[in-house]
Write a protein that binds this ligand. Structure first.
Ligand code: SAH
Ligand code: SF4
Ligand code: F3S
Length: 463
């Protein structure tokens, strides 16, 4: 089989990162080697994000740049995948005839077969573009099962690309239909992987030396409620919590995290799981989106400010050092100054370790895009700045409080410019630059924190 080169550029969330890694793994079996520069590639895949207009716009601008490689060499295959590809395949197919392939997130596992079809159809000697335009594969799978072949993880472990932390997909899609969000339309309905398959993957990764597992899904709380294990005996816990107990028994996995949780169906047994499972990190991303009950209702989030604060308190009661983080949208349609003040006060009360905050961006297909009372852009921008300024002070304050503490830091990667220094994370997820060590990815060392700013800590190993 001829050796070919593939270059994938990934935008968006961890789901896309995990999808790209899976594509590389599957393509490796077909003799595709990953290359970091598009100029070396026979196949270029742009894995796109559609969450906000800015994200979509950036991706399409980038596609314009990548097109040059195809213009220079028509035998290069150019493909668009991910969340823009899924929702806009019809219009893009006409607008971008130079593309060879447009495929959605549900086609990842079939990518090698799909590519064979493309290569059969593509004869560069006939014309610069495939005469029929790009092949479009965006049908959502009808199967209620979600299975990932085990060998899809292998090529990305070991050697110089060894990573001590790995994502493990447990559920895909989303059924929550928050009124602002495009994800239910880009990723389809929720489908969970069988528990045994997830456990098998974590064992496989641990055997390869992986030390931290991050269970991944748009809403991990919904894991298994619908599809997985339906016919088995009743579980002791809700399926997601049951999965946490099972995965935590994997020998060699020192840290366990999960993302993302929608607060509305956070399992009531989760605080107990934090008591029982020491490997579960003191780090919890729990997107609140807004602090006003009127806005939360209009967003269809199905929890209130009060119930959110209760959930935070219940977890802090068992894990006082828990570092919470959150996503916030400012300027959702109808958001008044008072509503925004409610967001400010909630963020101030919770004392998040950090937040991701964005101005509301109307998305096609979503109900909120048609809501009448859209907030003017200049007000959104002003509110966002006020929120970010406030949180920056809090993040800095919390980081400075770390100075002098002795923390277990798991090392992840070497600082490229200063090879004697390594980057790692505390059990609370704070980034630490560890000075002057012979490090290795995945080892955990006691580190005395000596300096801090709003983005990271600095420390030295204490023996
Ligand atoms: N499943 C996660 C969120 C995934 S999307 C959850 O329910 O919490 C990641 C984040 O993007 C969201 O939490 C939200 O804050 C932001 N986001 C989604 N749609 C958006 C929009 N239309 N405008 C601005 N931000 C948006
Ligand atoms: Fe989007 Fe809501 Fe689903 Fe999160 S839970 S992915 S915000 S629809
Ligand atoms: Fe973006 Fe799709 Fe993730 S829209 S945030 S890549 S699920």
């Amino acid at each position: 089989m001829t050796q070919r080169n593939v270059h994938i550029e990934t935008w968006g969330c961890q789901m896309n990162v995990a999808d790209s890694e899976r594509m590389l793994a599957l393509l490796a079996q077909k003799n595709f080697r990953a290359v970091s520069s598009p100029s070396d590639a026979d196949l270029i895949i742009l894995n796109t994000c559609n969450i906000r207009e800015k994200a979509r716009h950036k991706v399409l601008t980038r596609l314009g740049e990548l097109r040059v490689f195809k213009d220079n060499n028509p035998s290069v295959l150019l493909a668009l995948s991910g969340c823009v590809a899924q929702t806009e395949s019809k219009s893009l197919r006409n607008q971008l005839p130079f593309l060879d392939l447009i495929f959605g997130p549900d086609q990842i596992e079939d990518l090698p077969q799909i590519l064979e079809k493309v290569m059969e159809a593509d004869d560069p000697s006939l014309s610069q573009f495939a005469p029929q335009g790009p092949l479009v594969q965006t049908k959502f799978s009808e199967s209620r099962e979600y299975s990932i072949p085990m060998d899809a993880a292998e090529p990305w472990l070991g050697g110089d690309k060894f990573e001590a932390t790995r994502f493990v997909n447990i559920i895909k899609g989303c059924d929550n239909f928050c009124t602002f969000c495009v994800v239910p339309y880009t990723r389809g309905r929720e489908k969970s992987r069988a528990m045994a398959e997830v456990v098998q993957e974590t064992h496989f990764l641990a055997e390869k030396g992986v030390k931290e597992i991050v269970l991944l899904g748009q809403n991990v709380n919904s894991y298994g409620l619908d599809t997985c294990e339906r016919d088995l005996e009743p579980l002791e816990h809700t399926p997601f919590v049951e999965l946490l107990y099972k995965v935590s028994k994997t020998q060699g996995v020192e840290r366990l995290r999960f993302m993302t949780s929608n607060p509305h169906d956070l399992p009531s047994q989760l605080p107990q799981a934090f008591v029982d499972i020491p490997a579960l990190c003191d780090q919890f991303h729990l997107p609140v989106q807004a602090g006003s009950n009127a806005i939360l209702k209009s967003m269809h989030r199905r929890y209130t400010r009060e119930s959110y604060l209760e959930k935070i308190a219940a977890i802090r009661a068992v894990r006082p050092e828990m570092a919470f983080s959150s996503d916030i949208i400012v300027g959702f349609p109808g958001e008044t100054d008072e509503d925004f003040e409610q967001t400010m006060s909630l963020v101030s009360d919770v004392k998040f370790a950090f937040i991701y905050a964005f101005t509301y961006s109307p998305r096609p297909l979503t109900p909120a895009a048609k809501f009448k009372n859209q907030v003017p852009e200049h007000i959104k921008v002003k509110r966002l700045q006020a929120l970010l300024d406030m949180q920056k002070l809090e993040t800095e304050r919390q980081n400075k409080e770390e100075i002098g503490k002795l923390r277990d830091v798991m090392l992840f990667y070497r600082n490229r410019k200063e090879p004697e220094n390594w980057y790692g994370r505390t059990f609370q997820g704070r980034l630490v630059k560890v000075l002057n060590i012979e490090g290795a990815a995945g080892i955990t060392l006691p580190v005395r924190i000596t300096e801090a700013n709003a983005t990271a800590l600095v420390g030295v190993v204490e023996v």
